[in-house]
Ligand binder design. Structure first.
Ligand code: HDE
Length: 719
């Protein structure tokens, strides 16, 4: 029997089919009585039941016992990886139907708005760790399609550290805090991580990404997403094409500086979560275009890398990304635990028209995700938790288990049956029943890795060579920091050897900072992940000379820089600020979609030169330059004089300068700039001193550039 499609037009505006279904589970206590979990009205929620007012508490107090017991059981195990995350609801809308590639209905009907839930995460840190850790970011999307749930459980980097799922527990044990002392939290800068990496040449490409600015996003709204593995699209005729999935943020891909990230981690560990929440709250809905790279089955062996190897990407120069739809996040969660914490993603949640490949990392993931939910969410019925339910009905003969919610009616809980008319019925492929791609498999059982996976350095080089000079410098700095935190000299040395295999100059620069020499001869280009009976000679990395020297899409330098939408701009002001100078620039910034906050020495209001009370958003005590993308100092004699003698204001500006941000000052605010360390550098790019209109135009252009990394030669600014 064909599934009855849900008419998307039935949805109320803003309420996707999923949100409507979730609404059935909402509990709103306004105007309600307080009850126990069993519905008995509570008379006293302040005092436990005692023998006398100073007496012993009585065991019979079921109200106390129930409340405390529930509290004792409030926590569930955090995710073993990706524990720290932030989620939001949204919709996916298709631009262009692709029936020739896939029969997946949500990729075939441009009228359908598919509800989605997205969870972003860091990988290594605990649930309460900082958003700004140097780390890979998870980018997991649950599409609630009319043919069931499709989860695209990706990352913000297109490749991974390892090629085989069997190594995943080793990788994670190495990066997580060390087992004897549980340090360091949410950081890869320690011995066990780099020990493992130095012994795993296959991680070389991913390490370059992890040491790049991609690991320090400015915002979750400003990062790319990747499905990483090669998937398959299957069309109505049963034909397969390979596909790589991409998310391209419409605000461009931007990052913060490492010094800034460390600062934010202390001052606002919720920086990304807050940014996402506020953007959605303000109606600045984050958007990504959905991209696909398509490759015919017949082209499987056309490349000098293996499509099944998750440490390789397909350069966009070789296969362009076609943008076929748009994801918009338009609704915050109502309850973090019920939604973001209980959402259960799984690479194995696919719909007809999407299928897997033999990527050995992906194959292991297909086991892991259900298994981990059984522990984390406590049993086999986690699919009944509201956030995990599909928007289509679920019928099968699975029964019972811990916390079962569904009341299955009838006698038949088996198939075939006559007691229940043989329902629920299987569905023909033509009517939407899932069938697996009938790939031919004819092989011996072996524990082995294909030689086509042995080129560990070409794409690491491609990535490094594609970076701008500033981005390269940041990779050098990141490695100097990370390896500098490693205590075992031999591990540092081994990493330098590894780096020489990627880029000699890079290795030299890192080695210098570590007080080491670059080896003239490699003692061990050996792959250490060799089976006990393996011959090391057979496991040497090979190098494939790629024709492609650089790839534009790999550098953030080439991202879109055409807007200042949702950027946060600080205006430093005090009593006596020139109202015109403040307002004209503020209005110009707001007109471009930026968010503007007035920061003053104290909270409350400041009096403008015209006597107007202007509300202050943050004080110099609560704010910090690292929370903003740019800073402006308006004129006004008294305000300027106050700020020029206010160390926190000068520090604010120095730090914004150090982090290469756009800085603007009214001509009459020069006195403040004169107190900064960059007083003599005011002619540099990104520093604008002038008057209202002209200043605003130049300032907006500068903010859109995001950062002026060339300024980093001045990084010794003591801010
Ligand atoms: Fe995951 N991963 N992973 N992973 N992963 C989990 O599942 C695992 C991998 C990714 O927001 C866990 O529900 C194995 C690659 C994201 O809830 C767990 C392997 C990619 C999230 C798990 C990988 C990812 C997870 C922990 C190697 C990018 C967060 C909690 C074979 C394509 C999802 C959970 C969320 C979470 C296992 C490798 C992305 C243990 C075994 C590659 C975004 O099942």
């Amino acid at each position: 029997m064909a599934k009855k499609p849900i008419n998307p037009k039935d949805s109320a505006v803003n309420d996707s089919e999923k949100i409507k279904k979730l609404a059935a589970h909402y509990a709103d206590a306004s105007n309600q009585n307080m009850t126990t979990n069993h519905g008995v009205c509570i008379n006293d929620d302040q005092n436990s039941l005692k023998a006398g007012d100073r007496g012993a508490t009585l065991l019979e107090d079921f109200i106390l016992r129930e409340k405390i017991t529930h509290f004792d059981h409030e926590r569930i195990p955090e995710r073993v990886v990706h524990a720290r995350g932030s989620g939001a609801h949204g919709v996916f809308k298709l631009y262009k139907a692709i029936p020739e590639l896939t029969k997946a209905q949500f990729l075939n009907d441009t009228e359908i708005e598919t509800p989605v839930f997205v969870r972003f995460s860091t990988v290594a840190g605990s649930k309460g760790s900082s958003d700004l850790a140097r780390d890979v970011r998870g980018f997991a999307v649950k599409f609630y399609t009319q043919e069931g749930n499709f989860d695209l459980v990706g990352n913000n980097m297109p490749v991974f550290f390892i090629q085989d799922a069997l190594k995943f527990p080793d990788l994670i044990h190495a990066v997580k805090p060390e087992p004897d002392n549980e340090m360091p939290q949410a950081a890869s800068a320690h011995d066990t991580f780099w020990d493992f990496i130095s012994l795993m040449p296959e991680s070389s490409h991913m390490v370059m990404w992890a040491m790049s600015d991609r690991a320090l996003p400015r915002s979750l709204r400003m990062m790319e997403g990747f499905g990483v593995h090669t998937f398959r699209f299957i069309n109505e005729k049963g034909e397969s094409n390979f596909v790589k999935f991409h998310w391209k943020p419409l605000l461009g891909v931007h990052s913060v500086a490492w010094d800034e990230a460390q600062n934010i981690s202390g001052k606002d560990p919720d920086f990304h979560r807050r940014d996402l929440w506020e953007a959605i709250q303000n109606g600045d809905f984050p958007e990504w275009e959905f991209g696909v790279q398509i490759l015919a089955e017949s082209d499987e062996h056309k490349f000098d890398f293996d499509l099944l190897d998750p440490t390789k990407l397909i350069p966009e120069e070789l296969v362009p990304v076609q943008r076929i739809g748009k994801l918009t996040l338009n609704r915050n969660t109502d309850n973090f635990f019920a939604e973001t914490e209980q959402v259960a993603f799984h690479v194995g949640h696919v719909v007809p028209g999407i299928d897997f490949t033999n990527d050995p990392l992906m194959q292991g993931r297909l086991f892991s995700y259900t298994d981990t939910q059984l522990l984390r969410l406590g049993g086999p019925n986690f699919h009944e938790i509201p956030i995990n339910r599909p928007i289509v009905p679920v019928y099968n003969n699975q029964r019972d288990g811990l916390m079962r919610q569904t009341i299955n009616r009838g006698k038949a809980s088996y198939n075939p049956n006559t007691t229940g008319n043989n329902d629920p019925a299987q569905v023909k492929a033509a009517d939407g029943g899932f069938t697996s791609y009938n790939e031919r498999v004819d092989a011996r059982k072996v524990r082995a890795r294909s030689k086509s996976f042995f080129d560990h350095f070409s794409q690491a080089k491609l990535f490094y060579n594609s970076q701008s000079q500033a981005e390269k410098n940041h990779i050098v700095d990141a490695l100097r920091f990370e390896l500098g935190k490693v205590k075992t000299i031999a591990i540092r040395e081994k990493m330098i050897e590894r780096l020489t295999q990627i880029d000699g100059d890079l290795a030299q620069k890192v080695a210098t900072a570590l007080g080491l020499k670059v080896p003239t001869e490699l003692t061990q280009p050996v792959n250490h992940s060799i089976p006990a009976d393996g011959n090391p000679e057979d496991y040497q990395p090979i190098e494939v000379k790629s024709k492609l020297k650089t790839s534009e899409a790999l550098s953030m330098q080439n991202t879109i820089k055409d807007s200042i939408k949702t950027r946060k701009i600080a205006i430093l002001a005090a009593d006596g600020v020139n109202e015109k100078s403040l307002n004209e620039v503020k209005q110009a910034l707001l007109a471009e979609g930026a968010a503007v906050e007035i920061i003053a020495p104290k909270l409350g209001n400041i009096q403008s030169d015209k006597g107007t009370a202007l509300p202050v958003d943050e004080s110099l005590v609560t704010a910090a330059s690292v929370f903003y993308d740019a800073v402006y100092v308006p004129g006004g004699k008294q305000s300027v004089a106050t700020l020029a003698t206010e160390p926190d204001a000068i520090h604010f500006l120095n730090e914004a300068f150090k982090h290469c941000k756009a800085i603007a000052a009214d001509e009459n605010a020069k006195q403040v700039i004169n107190e900064t360390y960059f007083a003599s550098s005011v002619n540099e790019d990104g520093i604008i001193i002038g008057n209202n209109k002209d200043l605003a135009t130049k300032f907006i252009k500068a903010i859109a550039q995001h950062r002026f990394w060339d300024r980093e030669k001045a990084r010794k600014v003591p801010a």
